[in-house]
Design a binder for this molecule. Structure first.
Ligand code: ADP
Ligand code: MG
Length: 255
């Protein structure tokens, strides 16, 4: 990545499912430090775009570059060591493990042997485990859940689980943090809390891509927003720009 180049770049990306064009010739960039939103009505192609970026599936055509490297056809598991981390709309944390242990699992890419051997062995690996616990505690403190570290995952609210998932994703110190509908299912207080957390991350220079349904939330959280409708990008600009774009208004309210 050059100092001025984009962190992520989609160039004329297309994804078909049989005869259906889920993502139709979409291009956009995310610059380092930017918080980018991706919005659009149901079926617009947001989740498919997210999957193409993370490598869950390949595009039919077009190119995706991350840190200047062509990752278009690189499998998902090779993208996280490159600095991509994501959260899930349906939070996928491990029941039976504590909150702290779930965050420790996110440290995995930083430990060459994987976390499990380090949890089980002694000596040098014991010290590695100590460092991993300390780091996971710092991350839990950052999301305001230090007092829940020893709790079972099952004891947390949905809002708390989303914060644990963010802490887990941050553990890998990603250069791009991708959040899939982080506000889904949260009450007003939890949504505000999440918004404050993201603002704090932004201040620390974390680059983010947020896919979100909640328009108010995304308007507040993002520097710029890509709007999709029926597979195509219909707008790309600041929250103020996209919110007065006639095509965007029509896509949301005109049908
Ligand atoms: P959004 O997340 O914006 O609601 P999606 O990316 O999930 O939109 O879907 C875009 C379009 O692609 C929809 O018409 C959807 O039905 C279709 N689609 C998504 N995933 C698949 C799939 N695995 N197989 C076939 N069609 C799909
Ligand atoms: Mg979706």
């Amino acid at each position: 990545m050059t100092a001025t180049g984009p962190l992520l770049r989609l160039d004329r990306v297309v994804r078909r499912f049989g005869g259906l064009v889920a993502v139709n010739d979409v291009s956009f960039e995310i610059t380092p430090g930017e918080v980018k939103g991706l919005i659009g009505p149901n079926g617009a192609g947001k989740s498919t775009t997210f999957d193409l970026i993370t490598g869950v599936r390949p595009p039919t055509s077009g190119e995706i570059r991350f840190r200047g490297e062509d990752v278009t056809h690189r499998p998902a598991h090779t993208r996280s060591p490159m600095g991509m981390a994501r959260t899930f709309q349906i939070v996928r944390l491990f029941r039976g493990l504590s909150v702290l242990e779930n965050v420790q699992l996110g440290l995995h890419p930083k430990f060459p042997d994987g976390l499990w051997p380090s949890l089980l062995r002694y000596g040098a690996l014991r010290r590695q485990e100590q460092r991993s616990r300390e780091r996971a505690m710092e991350l839990l403190a950052f999301v305001g859940l230090a007092d829940r570290a020893a709790h079972a995952i099952e004891e947390l609210t949905l809002g708390q689980l989303r914060l644990v998932d963010i802490a887990r994703a941050l553990a890998a110190e990603p250069s791009l943090l991708m959040l899939d509908e982080p506000a889904a299912g949260l009450n007003d207080a939890e949504t505000r809390n999440l918004g404050e957390m993201l603002a704090l991350l932004k201040k620390r220079g974390v680059t983010m891509l947020l896919v979100e349904h909640d328009i108010d939330f995304i308007m507040n959280a993002c520097d710029s927003i890509v709007v999709m409708d029926r597979g195509a990008k219909i707008a790309d600009g600041t929250p103020a720009e996209v919110s007065r774009n006639p095509e965007v208004i029509a896509a949301y309210f005109g049908r």
